[in-house]
Design a binder for this molecule. Structure first.
Ligand SMILES: Cc1cc2nc3c(=O)[nH]c(=O)nc-3n(C[C@H](O)[C@H](O)[C@H](O)COP(=O)(O)OP(=O)(O)OC[C@H]3O[C@@H](n4cnc5c(N)ncnc54)[C@H](O)[C@@H]3O)c2cc1C
Length: 386
């Protein structure tokens, strides 16, 4: 099969090109042959985190002195693209929530002691991280969250619940957003906490059955007088909302990378299918109306990819990229729907059969217009900045 690939962007240095090759090899050797079994089990073996950790891919963004690679946003983009090319969106989500969306809060806002305690194991894949923001009554409206943290003489006591938490069942380290000042309005008065698995009062209430991302676990969590030490507070008290918004920029960038990698793989599989499928006396590829459809989505996928790298570059240069990243989250996730459904259509009946890569990619991709900021919410962020 000829890989469907865009030219490697000039902004990628030799190190990142090597990262791409190594992650791709790991995807081909480990993820692709085992992904279906993990989908069936609803779980990714811990050994996968450890192997990727040993290769240095889970801590690329974290500081070198705590076991990380000290790299910029481009590293997250390359990792996201290559994991997505596996065609197993659940695997890519579990791994990138760990590498780019949860433990990152400790790297950005933790004390030296917290970083020393948690980052080396997270970088090595010995622990798995989760980010716990969404609640049953507060998803898009993060500032509406109600989970309550109260400071006592012994430490913090947290009551409330979280839902749809990726790595919520099998994770070890939860970054939890809770309200520390109920009198403060909306986004003010929210703080972050580091919660270790087994904290007294932490209950994994249920594991959800999902439309897609079936190999990643998604849980509902309850905090019933959950007791934490004083030093579980992560970052400044009352500033948690702003840390969440900061880290969302990286999360949304990674969604762009997932869209780019998934699109490339779906298009590649479809070119291959069309070249080999005979109908009406020739291959389907020889029907211009068919291949033009694919060329059209390939053009859009190329635009998503270009915007992904532009956003990464802007963030790495320290520029305010909220508008562009919000555009990317909306445009990337929506374009991906068009790409995977065009590819599914062009696979005919095969595309509708459970277990074919294009069928799985269509299911897995659906969440990306919702999770991490729904398209409508992202477009509002863009509009506010116009
Ligand atoms: C598989 C999966 C994994 C997830 N992983 C995590 C995780 O690890 N951690 C975590 O904290 N959360 C996670 N989430 C939650 C996810 O981020 C939320 O589902 C998402 O933010 C949307 O929130 P909601 O589901 O409450 O939808 P709602 O906020 O109820 O919104 C419903 C819909 O209304 C529309 N809408 C909402 N607000 C507006 C608006 N202002 N203007 C116009 N339209 C609007 C959108 O179409 C939106 O999809 C996950 C969800 C899923 C399904």
């Amino acid at each position: 099969m000829t890989p469907f690939e865009f030219t490697e962007p000039d902004v990628l240095d030799e190190d990142l090109r090597m990262v791409r090759q190594q992650v791709r090899r790991f995807v081909d050797d480990v993820i692709v042959p085992n992904g279906e079994a993990w989908e069936a089990n609803g779980e990714i073996p811990r050994s996968v985190f450890r192997q990727l950790g040993e290769l240095g891919f889970l801590g690329m963004r974290h500081p070198v002195e705590y076991g990380g690679g000290g790299m910029g946003c481009m590293a997250s983009v390359v990792l996201g693209e290559e994991l997505a090319r596996s065609s197993f969106g659940g695997v890519a989500s579990a791994l990138t929530v760990h590498s780019d969306m949860s433990v990152s809060h400790i790297a950005h806002n933790g004390t030296d002691e917290q970083k020393r305690k948690y980052l080396p194991d997270a970088c090595a894949g010995r622990t798995v991280g989760a980010i716990c923001v969404t609640e049953p009554h507060a998803g898009s409206d993060v500032a509406g969250l109600k989970t309550r943290a109260v400071r006592t003489a012994e430490g913090w006591v947290i009551n409330g619940s979280k839902t749809y938490i990726t790595n919520g069942v099998y994770g070890d380290l939860y970054i939890v957003a809770a309200r520390t000042d109920p009198s403060a309005k909306g986004s003010r008065g929210i703080s972050l906490f580091i919660v270790e698995k087994g904290a007294p009062g932490l209950k994994v209430a249920r594991k959800f059955e999902k439309h897609g991302w079936r190999s990643s676990d998604t849980a509902e969590l309850f905090f019933d007088d959950m007791k934490l030490p004083h030093d579980a507070l992560l970052g400044e008290e009352g500033k948690g909302f702003y840390s969440i918004m900061d880290t969302f920029q990286n999360e949304r960038l990674v969604v762009g990378a997932l869209a780019s990698g998934t699109s490339a793989r779906a298009i590649e599989l479809t070119v291959d299918y069309l070249r080999n499928r005979q109908a009406f006396g020739k291959s389907l590829w020889e029907q211009p109306v068919v291949r033009n459809k694919l060329a059209w989505v390939a053009a859009k996928a190329a635009a998503v990819r270009a915007l992904t790298y532009q956003c990464a570059q802007m963030i790495d240069q320290g520029k305010d990229a909220v508008r562009e990243v919000s555009m990317l989250k909306a445009f990337g996730a929506e374009t991906l729907q068009e790409v995977v459904h065009t590819c599914l259509q062009l696979h005919g009946g095969t595309g509708y059969i459970i277990g074919t890569p294009v069928e799985r990619m269509a299911r897995d991709s659906r969440i990306l217009t919702i999770g991490g900021g729904a398209t409508e919410v992202m477009l509002e962020e863009v509009a506010k900045r116009m």
